[in-house]
Design a protein around this ligand. Structure first.
Ligand SMILES: *Cc1c(COP(=O)(O)O)cnc(C)c1O
Length: 400
C-alpha cells in the first residue's frame, strides 16, 4: 500500500490546492478600471445595472445591492419587521451570519434540524419549532442546493411567517425551473470571494414585493428617502429635500464592486457548467468508495454547487475526521469544514444554547469536509483530489 505523505510517503501533489478560489479575468479588471475613471465610484449607475442584471437572471421583480451578504440578511430581517421578542427559525449548519441577523434585530434565533442526507433545513423540524413568537424562517441553500421551497412556502403561509432564503451559496441555482431569488419573500446573496461570483465584498436582496423593496432600500441608506411617494412631510421645500423616515444603516456597495459583479455575472453560466462537471466527476469516483458518502440532491434543484462535501463513514475507517483532514492536507489537498454548528460557539452558549439541540446537524458536522471545487480547476486537479481521497481512504480502511 502507498504510504501516506503524512507518514513520509510521496504526496499526491506538491503545490497545494485549496477548497475554493475566485476567477477574475482581464475583462473583469477592465470593468473595475472603467468605473474608477468615471464620475461615480459610489451611488452611481453601476449599482442599478447590477440590480437589473440580478433581476433578469433570477427573474425576481426587485433587487437591492448592498455591501455584503450579512448586510443583505440584516436588511431582509429589518424589512420583515423582525424585532425584540420575535423568533427566527434557521439551520445550525451555516455561516454564523444566517443566525446573527436575527440577533441584530433583538430577536432570538431558533435552530431547526437538517435532513441528514441533503444537509438542508428539514421542513418538519421547522414546523416543530414554531411558537406564537415565530416571525420568519431564514432557510439556507447549503452548498448551493435549493432548500425545499414548496414545503417551506406552505409552512410560512400557514403560520403567517416571512420566508427569507439565504442564497449566499446559491446564485445560479434553480428550483423547479425558477431562479433562486424569485421564490422566497426575500432572497439574500453574497459576493465574497469564496462564493460562486465575487465583487471582493458585496451582497444583494431580491424580492417580488414593492413593499419589501422600499423597506430594503431604506435599510441600506440610513432610512433616508428622496421619493415623493415615501416622504411624510409633503409638500416639501425644494429639490434638495430628503427625509429620514426610519432607522437605517450605511450598507451601500461601491460602483466598482458592482461593476466587478456585473462582469462576473456574465460568466455565471460557464462557471455553473464547470462546477456541475466537476461535481459529476467526484460523484462518479466516490460511488466506488463505500467509506465516502456524497450529498443527496432533491430532484427540484438544478444546483450551481458552491461546495463539494464528502461525509466519512467513520465506522468503516480506522481514523478520526481530524486524521483524515490532516492526511489530505499532507497530500496537498487543503480541505475545510463547513460548518461548526452555530450554537456551539461560546457566544451562543452564553445566550443559553446547548449542545444536542439538533442531533442530525451535529452528527453530520462531525464527519464532513469540503474538498476543492471551483471552476478554474483543471481535470488534472480534479483527479489529484480524487486520488488523495482514494489513497487516504485505502490507507485507513478497516481490516486491510
Ligand atoms: C458567506 C455567507 C454569508 C455572509 O456573506 P458575507 O458577504 O460574507 O457577509 C451568509 N450566509 C451564508 C450561508 C454564507 O455562506
Amino acid at each position: 500500500m502507498n504510504k501516506l505523505a503524512i507518514n513520509g510517503g510521496e504526496p499526491v501533489r506538491k503545490n497545494k490546492i485549496y477548497y475554493g478560489k475566485q476567477w477574475i479575468d482581464d475583462k473583469d479588471i477592465q470593468a473595475v478600471v472603467d468605473v474608477l475613471h468615471s464620475d461615480f465610484i459610489t451611488c452611481g449607475p453601476k449599482i442599478s445595472e447590477l440590480e437589473k442584471v440580478l433581476c433578469d437572471y433570477t427573474e425576481a421583480k426587485y433587487a437591492v445591492a448592498v455591501s455584503n451578504g450579512t448586510a443583505a440578511l440584516h436588511c431582509a430581517c429589518l424589512a420583515a419587521g423582525i424585532g425584540e421578542g420575535d423568533e427566527v427559525i434557521t439551520t445550525p449548519l451555516t455561516f454564523a451570519a444566517s443566525a446573527n441577523c436575527a440577533l441584530y434585530c433583538g430577536a432570538r434565533p431558533v435552530f431547526a434540524d437538517i435532513n441528514p442526507d441533503t444537509y438542508n433545513i428539514d421542513p418538519d423540524s421547522i414546523r416543530s419549532k414554531i411558537t406564537p413568537k415565530t416571525k420568519a424562517v431564514v432557510a439556507v441553500d447549503f452548498t448551493g442546493q435549493a432548500v425545499q421551497n414548496r414545503e417551506i412556502r406552505e409552512i410560512c403561509d400557514e403560520f403567517g411567517l416571512v420566508f427569507i432564503e439565504d442564497a449566499a451559496h446559491a446564485i445560479g441555482t434553480k428550483y423547479d425551473g425558477k431562479g433562486v431569488g424569485s421564490l422566497a419573500d426575500m432572497t439574500c446573496f453574497s459576493f465574497h470571494p469564496v462564493k460562486t461570483i465575487t465583487g471582493g465584498e458585496g451582497g444583494a436582496v431580491t424580492t417580488n414585493s414593492k413593499e419589501y423593496y422600499d423597506k430594503l432600500t431604506l435599510a441600506r441608506t440610513h432610512g433616508i428617502t428622496h421619493s415623493d411617494e415615501l416622504m411624510e412631510d409633503a409638500p416639501h421645500e425644494g429639490p434638495w429635500y430628503y427625509e429620514q423616515i426610519s432607522l437605517g444603516y450605511n450598507y451601500r456597495i461601491t460602483d466598482f464592486q458592482a461593476a466587478l459583479i456585473v462582469s462576473q455575472m456574465s460568466k455565471l453560466e460557464i462557471f455553473k457548467k464547470r462546477r456541475q462537471e466537476i461535481v459529476q466527476k467526484y460523484d462518479e469516483a466516490f460511488r466506488d468508495i463505500p467509506e465516502i458518502i456524497v450529498q443527496k440532491e432533491i430532484p427540484e434543484s438544478d444546483t450551481c454547487r458552491h461546495l463539494y462535501i464528502i461525509k466519512l463513514d467513520l465506522d468503516k475507517l480506522s481514523c478520526t475526521r481530524r486524521e483524515f483532514f490532516d492526511a489530505m492536507s499532507a497530500e496537498g489537498v487543503q480541505c475545510q469544514i463547513h460548518y461548526v454548528p452555530v450554537y456551539w460557539f461560546p457566544y451562543y452558549r452564553r445566550l443559553g444554547y446547548e449542545k444536542g439541540l439538533c442531533p442530525n446537524a451535529e452528527k453530520v458536522y462531525e464527519s464532513i469536509m469540503s474538498i476543492p471545487l471551483y471552476p478554474k480547476m483543471t481535470d488534472e486537479d480534479v483527479n489529484d483530489v480524487i486520488n488523495a481521497v482514494r489513497k487516504t481512504t485505502d490507507y485507513y480502511r478497516k481490516n486491510s
